[in-house]
Design a binder for this molecule. Sequence first.
Ligand SMILES: [Zn+2]
Ligand SMILES: [Zn+2]
Length: 343
Amino acid sequence: MRAAVLHGSGDEFKLEEVSDPEPGPGEVLIRVAAAGVCHSDIHMRLGEFDGLPPYFPWVMGHENAGYVAGLGPGACGFEVGDPVAVYGGWGCGLCRLCLSGDEQLCDRSLWAGIGRPGGYAEYVCVPSTRHLVAIGELDPMLAAPLTDAGLTPYRAVKRILPYLLPGATALVIGAGGLGQFAIQYIKLLTAARVVVLDISEPKLERAVALGADLVLDSSLPEVAKEIQSFTGNSGVAVVLDHVGSNKTLEVAASSVGPCGIIVQVGLAGGGLWFSHANLPVEALATYSWWGNRLELEEVVALARQEAIEVSVEHYPLDAINDVFRNLESGNVMGRAVLLPHPS
Ligand SMILES: [Zn+2]
Ligand SMILES: [Zn+2]
């Protein structure tokens, strides 16, 4: 089969013929219809992802959807041809975290495209049918980004729902692939107001279309002051930071109110100085890590009911290096999706 393979940190991907994956006992083979390109893949390509070893020759791609193409011995619950989204957080299945459902938190995880070959290829082998979510009539091109760009903010928003009482304000930092979903979930599940920060004018326009109550250019020096004044100087109840740089976390700390919560979702590598002098009284800071398989099922249900909009740009797999360049320079509006079998 054809796959986009990375041979060294900072290299370009090479389109190559590699051997066809064979599903082993309990495993399932998926014909990849669409694979979303995630910002974390940029960091992995450059060797900048903290704590992660390289997996050369590396086939990335952890946002996959397609069709069941083969079942290994003993694999059951799905039939060849079934349209599915692939849950990518493949845990050991046996530890306390896995058994509680949060396989993405398992410290023995080998994920799609991170430890095991991913979906930047014509086929991907999935360790178990328990990682599949049926998508029915939903276009796999829309389903693929749900598995991370849609799932990660969904888990983050679900965790902070108790803070988002009517009249409260949520600050969403970053209106790219993940932030656009976060705005929609907050508007769909709460009566809170949403303030959105980004440096891109088109992304801020998109945020307004998705229901943002106030959008601000995050490069303005007085941005935290403007947020405070929007909340009558009581601060926001929740910050969802989809960037995670020193600068954005500083804005988060200056914007959150007493007893509020900052959730870091983005992996730009920034840090937050945690001290009573730096945060309002009893404010919390935490981070949110991907989502679990049941949460993916909920996100897929929202998309199938057309309760959320999924914005994608699609490209053939051969365009992978151009797509990475576009994403790195901030020129992708929603989610870029690669199609290994363009018709
Ligand atoms: Zn990702
Ligand atoms: Zn585990």
